[in-house]
Design a protein around this ligand. Structure first.
Ligand code: ZN
Length: 238
């Protein structure tokens, strides 16, 4: 039999931590605390969603894969939120894939349970929809960013967003994956990372990037980092 999930664990997710005590108390008996394995699929393009996930550690990427295999990230999320909130708007399938970018753990709850709880509890519904709106703004900002900003400034934005989502300056990620996330070739990413390392802003070894000077990295990032960070700031208020 699964162990009951403690409030301390659930509150490692900043969105769940915002929920009133009785809302989270109502959800936890129907939830599991699951491991998120590297590259594990959370949902697949065009497949009905079965569970909502609220990460307590790690990073999830929502990506669009084109017919030729090219892939670009449309949103990244971690302890700041969850996937599955679109069901509250009647959407059970998305034309996107979501997978584990950095391994960790999550609170998992069935989609039907999530929807039922949202119907019964207005504050629960309100917070989840508020989050869904912030996620949509992140996706829209990323679309503008991908079309208008340089690889270097987008790379800085991505590293800072990932840092905020996993709450760590150590990011386990290969150049190749970072290229996929930004929709550019590996060589372009390697060049940018080398430049950032020469400036003393980051360090990297194979599959591992360390942010040495996040403040300077923020100066180098495009404005999109701040727009996204400010959009999610409500999670830390109160
Ligand atoms: Zn940008």
């Amino acid at each position: 039999m699964a162990q009951p999930i403690s409030f301390v664990i659930a509150r490692q997710n900043r969105l769940l931590a915002k929920l009133p005590h009785d809302d989270i108390q109502a959800m936890l008996p129907y939830s599991q605390h699951v491991r998120l394995g590297l590259s594990e699929g959370i949902f697949e393009s065009g497949q009905p969603l079965e569970y909502a996930y609220f990460p307590t550690k790690g990073l999830l990427s929502i990506v669009r894969q084109m017919h030729d295999g090219d892939m670009i990230e449309v949103a990244a999320l971690g302890t700041d939120g969850g996937v599955g909130t679109q069901v509250l708007l009647g959407q059970r399938m998305l034309p996107y894939r979501c997978f584990v970018q950095i391994e960790g753990s999550a609170i998992r709850v069935g989609i039907d349970t999530l929807r039922e709880l949202a119907t019964q509890r207005s504050t629960f519904q309100q917070y989840l929809l508020r989050y869904h709106s912030s996620l949509t703004i992140q996706i829209m900002q990323n679309a503008a960013c991908n079309g208008l900003h340089s690889i270097a400034t987008r790379c800085c934005r991505w590293l800072l967003i990932a840092r905020d989502r996993i709450d760590s300056e150590e990011i386990h990620l290969t150049h190749e994956y970072l290229g996929h996330m930004l929709g550019v070739r590996r060589a372009g990413v390697t060049e940018v990372l080398r430049e950032l390392r020469e400036l003393g802003l980051i360090n990297y070894t194979r599959g591992h990037i360390t942010l040495l000077d996040p403040a300077a990295l923020e100066e180098k990032a495009c404005e999109c980092y701040r727009v996204i960070a400010e959009e999610f700031a409500w999670l830390d208020v109160g």
